[in-house]
Design a protein around this ligand. Structure first.
Ligand code: C5P
Length: 272
């Protein structure tokens, strides 16, 4: 348990270096248009709106000048807004925006960003740019849990489908169906996991140092940061996520995200 009683100095790592192949746009996912802007710009605005970060560190596809320019455009937008707020007597500090080259895997991108955090950072939230519409309330729930003493905390949602484990059918049964069920997980204790995931910085660094030595199969099995922290034996706490935080992965997700932005529910529908 983190015993800090004050709000920790916090950075947000935004991982945006994925290829986005499943979306089928033939471009990195962060660049894909959503409601007139890119997925990256929406994600950056969401992080900034939460107002919890001293630093926003963005992992981008290496050498992608266009996404770099989009980050710089966002920074200019932030500076303009900050100037306006300061003029109105509102003294909220401007977060530092840092860009790093992402790596071959998501974990490599997180490691690259961890290496670029400012000295004095105490806690870090790692967020997928693909969850571009995550509401401020989720950032606040995660940050509040860290401030209350959690070392690791993730936003989660109840699972609505029944979830089963399967394996490939054995030779003789291949004509019947490609897979056979091996078990049914009890749904009441299952949770679907989202981002931003929050950590005491030293713990996340330790978890990622351990994972840097994984072989290819182990590395491929790493799908979030919390599982690396679980491997250290550190408790990972869970707070409520939001369906608005959907990970834009398939063309259907993009239709849903567009609907959230432009539909009858309003520009930035926020789930309670
Ligand atoms: O591929 P996946 O859907 O797990 O990606 C989740 C997030 O991780 C996305 O925002 C993506 O841009 C990011 N990512 C990354 N570097 C990679 C792979 C994925 O920053 N090499």
């Amino acid at each position: 348990m983190n015993t800090a009683s004050t709000v920790p100095v916090t950075a947000v790592i935004l991982v945006a270096a994925g290829s986005g192949q499943r979306l089928g746009y033939g471009m990195p996912k962060a660049k894909v248009p959503l409601g007139g802007d890119s997925i990256l710009t929406h994600a950056l605005r969401g992080v900034a709106a939460a107002g919890i970060a001293r630093q926003i560190c963005v992992a981008l596809p290496p050498g992608d000048a266009d996404l770099r320019a989009q980050c710089e455009g966002f920074l200019a937008e932030l500076q303009t807004e900050h100037g306006r707020a300061a003029g109105a007597g509102d003294n909220v500090p401007l977060p530092e925006v840092t860009m790093v080259d992402g790596g071959a895997s998501r974990a490599d991108s997180v490691r690259a960003a961890l290496a670029a955090l400012l000295p004095g950072t105490q806690s870090v939230l790692v967020h997928d740019a693909a969850r571009a519409l995550a509401p401020e309330a989720v950032f606040h729930r995660v940050a509040a849990s860290l401030a209350a003493g959690a070392v690791a905390v993730i936003p989660v949602m109840p699972v609505v489908d029944t979830v089963k484990t399967v394996e490939a059918t054995h030779d003789g049964d291949a004509a019947i169906a490609p897979e056979v069920v091996t078990g049914t997980a009890p749904r009441e204790i299952l949770r679907a996991v989202q981002t931003p995931q929050g950590f005491e910085l030293a713990t996340l660094q330790r978890a990622h140092e351990a994972a840097a030595g994984f072989d290819a199969a182990q590395a491929a099995a790493v799908t979030d940061d919390a599982m690396l922290v679980e491997l250290l034996g550190v408790p990972v706490h869970a707070v409520r996520g939001a369906s608005q935080s959907l990970k834009i992965t398939t063309p259907l997700d993009l239709i849903l995200a567009e609907g959230l932005l432009e539909g009858p529910l309003g520009a930035r529908w926020v789930e309670g």
